[in-house]
Write a protein that binds this ligand. Structure first.
Ligand code: NAD
Length: 236
């Protein structure tokens, strides 16, 4: 039974990932600014924390360590996305996107890496995106943060090998509250037509990728992203 910390597990991909681990009997701590949007499985505990507040994240992870005496898997998943073109890009919004999506991953991983180094093992994971390797217009700041997450993944993998593995899942379009908040039904249909498999992913399909990356089956995988996109960028 593992101890798993996931940021942003109150909704969408993080929620689904937490369910996968909880169903395997793991103990999951969800660090999120908001309470879960639905009742999670037993074994998933919400801890109110903002990933941009590094001291708060350090306190939350320290409390998990004290309670559990171990830290097996940490998934930096919390993220935000705002559609705004470069000509009218709002500074405060752009800074917030970088703070949550990039520095939020760095702060949580950095803190977790200390505990994992002490225990001599662990797996650090994060949610990047297909936007890391392909530019989507109107998401300049978001695209940049996701490319940055891949750079963090490679750097942490080099510094923390051989005892700690590091990897990202890069989802394509996933039907979550984030996606539904920004896209009209017509836009969602247009996205479906651009995906070879003809649909959005379900959050649980991304959760399954995290479950694999955290497992012994992925023991030789580090410093890499696993793209789960229904074929979206295969022809890009
Ligand atoms: P979501 O909005 O459903 O869930 C995001 C969760 O993160 C929410 O519970 C939210 O409260 C939490 N959160 C936001 N800011 C936070 C902060 N500062 N501190 C702690 N928690 C915070 O979104 P989602 O679609 O599940 O997105 C999860 C991750 O997946 C994000 O990193 C996103 O960029 C990435 N992603 C999503 C898609 C997609 O199509 N939905 C595609 C590729 C990547």
């Amino acid at each position: 039974m593992r101890t798993v910390v996931i940021s942003g597990a109150s909704s969408g991909i993080g929620f689904a990932a937490a369910e996968h681990f909880a169903r395997s009997g793991d103990t999951v701590f969800n660090l999120d600014v908001q309470p879960p949007i639905a009742a999670p499985s037993p074994g998933v505990t919400w801890v109110e924390a903002d990933v941009t507040d590094w001291p708060a994240i350090e306190a939350a992870v320290a409390a998990v360590w004290t309670d559990q005496g171990r830290l097996d898997v940490v998934i930096a998943n919390a993220g935000i996305s705002v559609r705004h073109g470069v000509l009218n890009l709002d500074e405060a919004t752009a800074r917030r996107v970088v703070d949550v999506n990039l520095l939020g991953v760095l702060g949580l991983w950095r803190c977790a890496a200390g505990y994992m180094t002490r225990q001599g093992r662990g797996v650090l994971l994060a949610t990047a995106s297909v936007n890391a390797s392909r530019a989507y217009p109107y998401y300049a700041d978001y695209n940049a943060t996701k490319a940055g997450v891949l750079a963090l993944c490679r750097t942490f993998a080099l510094e923390l090998s051989p005892n700690i593995r590091v990897a990202c899942v890069s989802p394509g379009a996933v039907l979550t509250p984030m996606q539904e908040a920004e896209y009209t039904p017509e836009m969602l249909e247009e996205v479906n037509r651009s995906i070879p498999l003809g649909r959005h992913a379900q959050p649980s399909e991304i959760g399954a990728a995290f479950h694999y990356l955290a497992s012994p089956a992925a023991a030789f995988l580090t410093g890499q992203e696993l793209v789960v996109d229904g074929g979206e960028i295969a022809g890009a």
